[in-house]
Write a protein that binds this ligand. Sequence first.
Ligand SMILES: Nc1ncnc2c1ncn2[C@@H]1O[C@H](COP(=O)(O)OP(=O)(O)O)[C@@H](O)[C@H]1O
Ligand SMILES: [Mg+2]
Length: 304
Amino acid sequence: MTAAADPAQELARGADPRSRRTGGDVAVDISHLTYDYARAGVRALDDVSVQIRAGEIVGVVGQNGSGKTTLTKHLNGLLKPTSGRVAVAGVDTAGKRVQELAAYVGYVFQNPNHQLFASSVEVDLGFGPRNLGVPEDEIAERVEQAIAFFGLEAVRGQHPYRISFPMRKLVGIAAIYTMRPAIFVLDEPSTGQDHITTRKINELIGRLREEGSTVICVSHDMQLLADVADRLLVMWNGRLIADRPPRDVFADRDVMAQTKLEPPQVTEISLRLRSRTGALPALAVPELAATLEHALARPASGGS
Ligand SMILES: Nc1ncnc2c1ncn2[C@@H]1O[C@H](COP(=O)(O)OP(=O)(O)O)[C@@H](O)[C@H]1O
Ligand SMILES: [Mg+2]
């Protein structure tokens, strides 16, 4: 590998390696979306506009109650705008049922208990593609792939409610992966403390990126989003207050303070040393190491 192709070295020289990433056609088009939970008298979304391109990996962050789940539930038609418009893959969700949109959008619920209802893990994994009319031999193949990828061999015959909660969350994600949706929506897939789940989700998003899928992932895990996301949508009190690459969001002290978010530890170290390294904030250990080595290798100023 040449130095020029190494993203960490690129960062050390002051260029942002992520800036090369660009998306394709518009996959999600949200225009002036406002949503009221009418009976509760709550305005959960207030004039949100955003476009997401095919192949982009987008993180959604913000405090509890800021509107993240309400926003993502508009993507598969579970909720319909009070005003404004939501289109996925060019289709206006307003006149569409959830089942119709399932062909484009796979939605992984925050709580897997709202999603899994079959008598066994295996049956749950086949349910989605069967509903979409995928041929049986293809379903069987996808189910085997998902069991291998998510490490579900030991629980494949068990009832989803009899397995551990983190495992059930993986089954909920796997049950959407078998549908191969073009747009993959994950609402808080990891709890942040469960390393196996987090690593799997990181791996899954990498695979989805290679396959050209669009991913929208709500998470409190800033390191996970630093690792995978091209952009972060920052929600605050029902409003979208920032829509920028993770590096820019983490470096924006005002946005971070307003939303009470904390950057990943690596990024925090990098930000604190920024006046001395002059480098862009690092998102991962190799980037931080490269910027520090670069700074330390410079001859000390004011000497000799
Ligand atoms: N079913 C509901 N009925 C009434 N209010 C709700 C409902 N779901 C969410 N809300 C309110 O809408 C706002 C946004 O909630 P939500 O989208 O769940 O936020 P987040 O996912 O960021 O925690 C909050 O004020 C929440 O209390
Ligand atoms: Mg939520």
